[in-house]
Ligand binder design. Sequence first.
Ligand code: ADP
Length: 270
Amino acid sequence: DATSFAVRVAPLGGTGLVLVLAEDQTERRRVEAVRRDFVANISHELKTPIGALSLLAETITDASDDPEAVRRFTGRMQQETSRLTSVIQDLITLSRIQGAEPMADPERIDVETVVEEALDAVRTTADTKEIELVTSGAEGIVALGDEGLLVTALRNLVANAVAYSPERTRVSVMAQTTDTEIEISVADQGIGIPAQDLERIFERFYRVDAARSRATGGTGLGLAIVKHIMTHHRGEVTVWSKEGSGSTFTLRLPRPEPREQTHSEDTTER
Ligand code: ADP
């Protein structure tokens, strides 16, 4: 894309000087294009299940004297409805969180609870695929932030780890602290992500394999939500992956100041 400039010329009153402003349009055009793509993607993601629902409703009407067919089609309708609900739910979460200022009034959070709640959400799916869920290190680590949002972020990572892994593999959630940070990583032994896709997977609706993602119930918004939640916490999410052998996603949060960490003791001293 060629760089383009919008040039504005304004005389500076009485000085005989002229002010020339050159504004780079390239970035503005890019932002515009991303916004248009996003709206087009939303329309597509909503229209597809709605189209399917409408077709299924018609088919059921025609098949009303065949109870077995009716049962099959209503099952499909339920699937399409829950897919629609997931997309809308993810869009609501995303619009609430993206562009939000870093959190002003974070709460103290027990990282072990966050890990447990995130894992609870995927246990059934993991069990059916005989995927072993293991955790370590989270005990006693306190973070600052919004517990619900951190659970959402970690749940999205663990759900992906389970979704993009074959049966009888292992998903590990490990937490640790460094001098300045709290790290929570999710490692899987799954299909991995091709190198050329790695930098794009955090974009809204970007998928390496759209058919596979939809089949596993994915909305394509999970990692975009994770990224925005981490920004909101002054943290970040990073990924390491090797196609065919697995992926590791790491959430990083700033470590609370010692004074913030012992906040509960402080109040008892007063
Ligand atoms: P989706 O709902 O499609 O899973 P995400 O935003 O959560 O959307 O992820 C974007 C894409 O990144 C996925 O479609 C998938 O191709 C890839 N991906 C995410 N996590 C993993 C993982 N643990 N292993 C392999 N691929 C992954």
